[in-house]
Design a binder for this molecule. Structure first.
Ligand code: 2AM
Ligand code: CA
Length: 268
């Protein structure tokens, strides 16, 4: 029998809270930290343990569902047919290691490529952002209000400073004027949290040049459910298999940013 959305939502909430509890408890014990692709790309025993926790629970409760997780303990995903759980066990691992805050668990459930459940769990604050497609977005029991139209001059923009220095993905001269023109910039180091904050109206926009699907699969649905705008840096749809750049905002900002700042963007 096909699992209902309600059933998946109930289990997902239970598992994400349990996983968060394990992360909070782990602050008491010594972390085991390894380098992945470079000295700043780190993974801990907890990233792996939490991903395994989800994989074990999902496969035993929902046989036939597939899992696309950062640590590779799920399936080898080459398409989004059927039901796919897209999971980042710790989004913001550097923050987890250095700060013991400003990280999240991100979870999205996709059916035939369409997001139906999105969750971002701010573990340290014990705040769960969640949405079911078509039913609005919430922080715990509190419904998030629809986003109002915004403009650059009154916006708080979340962006990593690396995109306004020399980098391989975008000409720094394109985004530097945007940084100058907004009311303020912030950078939290966890894409999932930054997406949740845009959905909650605490940030007005978030721009990044490089994310993987598990970084945004949970958070993007939250933003869509409150009427925000979601695309890549070229204004095209996100790629849920390969990832790439991402630009999310309250309504109205996309048009202004593409027209005034990104029309000269030619790099991929
Ligand atoms: P992570 O902690 O799960 O790796 C930091 O600016 C944000 O970007 C975090 O959400 C981080 O997720 C993500 N990130 C860091 N390195 C990345 C990479 N090489 N590709 C894609 N996303 C990355
Ligand atoms: Ca991660």
């Amino acid at each position: 029998m096909m699992a209902s959305v309600k059933e998946m939502d109930t289990y997902a909430k239970r598992w994400i809270k349990q996983a968060g509890g394990k992360l909070r408890e782990s602050f008491e014990t010594k972390l085991n930290i390894e380098e992945k692709t470079n000295p700043n790309d780190l993974v801990t025993n907890m990233d792996k343990a939490i991903e395994k926790f989800f994989v074990d629970n999902i496969t035993s409760t929902f046989p036939g569902h597939r899992i696309f997780g950062e640590e590779g303990m799920g399936d080898d995903i080459k398409d989004l047919k059927g039901t796919v759980w897209i999971i980042d066990p710790i989004d913001g691992t550097l923050n987890f290691i250095h700060q013991q805050r400003n990280f999240a668990i991100s979870l999205g459930v996709y059916q035939e490529g369409i997001g139906i459940i999105g969750m971002v769990y701010d573990v340290v604050h014990d705040e769960l952002y969640h949405a079911v497609k078509g039913h609005g977005a919430f922080m715990d029991d509190q419904r998030l209000a629809p986003l109002n139209e915004g403009s650059v001059s009154t916006s708080i923009l979340s962006m990593n400073a690396s995109w306004v220095t020399e980098n391989r993905r975008i000409d720094p001269n394109l985004l530097a004027p945007l940084v100058r023109d907004v009311r303020g910039t912030r950078s939290y180091g966890s894409a999932a949290l930054e997406l949740a904050f845009v959905a909650a109206g605490r940030l007005d926009a978030y721009i990044t040049m490089r994310l993987m699907p598990w970084d945004f699969a949970g958070g993007v649905l939250l933003i869509e459910e409150v009427g925000g705008e979601v695309s890549d840096i070229k204004g095209e749809e996100l790629d849920y298999l390969l990832g790439g750049s991402l630009f999310v905002s309250k309504p109205g900002l996309h048009k202004e940013v593409f027209k005034r700042y990104l029309s000269g963007n030619t790099k991929k």
